[in-house]
Design a protein around this ligand. Structure first.
Ligand SMILES: Cc1ncc(COP(=O)(O)O)c(C=O)c1O
Length: 428
């Protein structure tokens, strides 16, 4: 007998717990005057309101285009948009010249988050294994957990995930007869979240070569390449993605987000990969929503085809580079000498590390002191998969400088510096 309807939730529902970040966001709302260096929101002032007004007007001026934008689209996404994406990405060197990639290899998703989710649904059963960076994009940890998958965090340094460690872990799993369980390697290749670093050139090739060797041994593993921040790398042109090393379009599913380079409000992203995988994910997406918002896609298509998109991303890079410089300057001026940080290569996250004896976790003294100073950060422990000791004790934190204006950013960093100074002096 059951008391409540909620006792009858599915296994998937039981495995799905509220993300820790919701608690952080609630703190931000409940503490008046708090400066949040935690939220990964984009710069507000540069959101393309004028372009949106222009293209929406253009679209709705004529009944035909307006009404077709208001109609359902296709599950895989607008054909012309997909064709344009392929043309654009090919021009940017995202694909190997020998790889025959066309619009049938693209799936438009409701944010790249949905592409990640669909890939997880397409591949992962309970107890399957995903390898990923340590630290990684914390939201994706929730996706894999919901699927009942086991995540293994791989050592990651200032040059990205370490290929040798990926290989070592795969060989260990082979020795334990668990290789068949490994379905996926999830890697961010540009200005990662949370570390803000870009995967080194040689490592891109090495990661692919390792997976190709395992494939040739009878163990194909999907390489899920998340390039969410590629267009926000400060140094352009960027190095080629992992996808570009693959001549046979066989193992790499490349994803990009339009949230960071255009607008999170339109909720669009896309994946490009092997046809059977795109087809399967499209079938699954049919069960979710039979297509991402057509209206958003029609706007995106117009924006991408005009050259205004490129000018817009150039402007965004300048804005975030200025914010990054302001943050780094204030860190240099105010943070205690024991604190270290990585120089963000793009995007809007800065990864800070304290001496290893300190705990930056949500229940530790530093976090509480930061709250007293009315500043919020993302504790590093949230960014580690459960198998890593850092998921229980981490001395790192992520600062986000996307949405907040420079003056507030500087004030937030000063408050954090005071909190750190106080916590460090209390324990030394
Ligand atoms: C690394 C990374 N990948 C994917 C996403 C998902 O972005 P969206 O669904 O808005 O495209 C994010 C969002 O913050 C991210 O940081």
């Amino acid at each position: 007998m059951y008391r409540n309807l909620s006792d009858r939730f599915s296994l998937l529902a039981w495995r799905t717990t509220p993300p820790e970040i919701s608690w952080l966001m609630a703190q931000a709302i409940e503490t008046p005057g708090l400066i949040s260096l935690a939220a990964g929101f984009v710069d507000q002032e540069s959101l393309p309101n004028e372009f949106a007004a222009k293209y929406m007007r253009e679209m709705f001026e004529r009944n035909r285009s307006g009404q077709s934008a208001l109609q359902y689209g296709t599950t895989q996404g607008d054909l012309v948009l997909r064709q344009h994406l392929i043309e654009r990405l090919a021009g940017e060197g995202v694909f190997h010249p020998a790889a025959e990639i066309d619009e049938s290899h693209v799936l438009i998703g409701s944010g790249s988050q949905q592409i990640l989710y669909l890939a997880a649904e397409a591949f992962l059963d309970e107890n399957d294994i995903v390898l990923l960076e340590a630290p990684t994009y914390f939201v994706v940890l929730g996706v894999f957990k919901t699927r009942g998958a086991r995540t293994i965090g791989i050592d990651t340094d200032a040059y990205g995930i370490v290929p040798k460690k990926v290989e070592e872990v795969l060989l260990q799993l082979k020795a334990q007869a668990k290789l068949g369980r490994v379905k996926m390697l999830y890697v961010m290749s540009y200005a990662t979240n949370p570390m803000g670093i870009t995967l080194a050139f040689e490592r891109r090739r090495q990661l692919l070569e390792i997976l190709q060797r395992f494939r040739d041994d009878g163990y194909p593993i999907l390489l899920l390449e998340d390039a969410a921040y590629r267009r926000l790398c400060f140094e352009q042109p960027v190095m080629p993605p992992i996808k570009s090393f693959e001549a046979d379009n066989d193992l790499v599913l490349y994803t990009e987000s339009l949230s960071k380079s255009l607008s999170p409000g339109i909720r669009l992203g896309f994946g490009v990969g092997p046809k059977p995988i795109i087809d399967k994910m499209t079938d699954i997406k049919g069960n979710h929503d039979f297509g991402s918002a057509n209206l958003s896609q029609q706007f995106l298509k117009r924006m991408l085809i005009s050259r205004e998109f490129d000018a817009h991303t150039e402007q965004l890079r300048q804005i975030y580079a200025q914010k990054r410089d302001a943050v780094l300057q204030i860190l240099r001026e105010t943070f205690p000498a024991e604190v270290e940080w990585l120089n963000p290569a793009g995007g809007f996250y800065c990864w800070i590390t304290l001496p290893s004896s300190f705990d930056t976790g949500p229940h530790g003294a530093i976090f509480q002191q930061a709250l007293k100073e009315k500043v919020l950060y993302v504790p590093g422990c949230l960014c580690y998969s459960a198998d890593r000791p850092e998921s229980r004790h981490s001395s790192s934190m992520r600062l986000a400088y996307g949405m907040i204006e420079v003056e507030q950013l500087q004030e937030g960093c000063k408050r954090l510096a005071r909190a750190l100074e106080r916590s460090l002096s209390l324990t030394t």
